[in-house]
Write a protein of this length. Sequence first.
Length: 289
Amino acid sequence: MKLIAIDMDGTLINNNTTINEANVKAIQKAQEAGIHVVVATGRSYEEAVTPIQEVGLSLPIIAINGAQMRTVEGKIKQSIALSKDTYYEAAELLSNYSIYYEVYTNKGTFSDNPGMAVDIIVDIIKSANPEVSNERAHELAAYRISNGRIHTLEDYKEVVEEPDVEIYKLLAFSKNEKSRKGALNDFLTFKDLAVSKSAEANIEITHRDAQKGIAVQKYAEELGIPMREVMAIGDNYNDVSMFEIAGYSVAMGNAEEDIKKLCTFVTKTNDESGVAFAIQTFMKKNRVS
C-alpha cells in the first residue's frame, strides 16, 4: 500500500464535523512510513482545507469530486470545468423538475436561495452523520453562509456570464424523490456529464472527467504507483469511481449496504475513527511500521 485516498464527509469527518485525533495520528504514521495520503472530496477546496489544517495535517486535496486537484500548498494542479452550454442545459433540466441547485466555480460557490443552501448542507450532514441533531446540523449549515463559504446572488447569470469563470459542479437538492429520479434518468442522456450523489436528497453534476476515481488514478500515475497499491476509503456513491479502480476498497461502517457490497473491506464508522482502523489494519497486513 503506497497511496491512500480518503473521502471527507461521513468518512474522515466525525459526527461533530471535525477530524478525530486517532485519524490524524494514523495518517501521520502512514506518511512517516512513506505512504502518500490524499483527500478526495465533493467539497470545494475552501471548505475542505479548513478542518484539515485545524488538526495540523498537510495533505493534497482532490476537490469537487475531481474537478480540481490541489497541492499541499493549495496550488491548482488541474481543473476540469463544464462548458457553459452544458451548464445551461443542465440548469434548464433541473429547473423543469423544480430542483434547487448551487454552482461551484473558480470564484467560489454560489446560491440563489440561502434557505435552500442551508437545507442542502443539513442533508449532507445528516446523511453522513445520522446521530447529529437537527438543531446542530442547521447550526453548522448556517455557518457555511455566515463565514462566506457560499455566496448568495439573485441570478446565476451574474457569475456564469463572467468571461473568466470556470463552472466545476452543480450540487442539486430536492426532497421530492419523483423529481430526483426523473432528473437522474434524464441526465443519463448527457454524454459529457458525471452524475452521482453524496447524500440522501442530492445530485452532484460534474464533467465526465471530473470524478474522484479518475483524479486518484492520475495522482497515482504521477507518483509511479500502480493502482493495486492504492487504498480508497469512503462512504457514498460519489466514492464508487475510487472503489472500482483501487486495489484496496474500504467502506465506512456507516455507509449504506450497497456501498459496503462494492468494497473489499468494511471498517468502523466515521465517529469510531474508521479511517484510522482501516489504515492500521492494512499497514499491519502489509507489515508497514
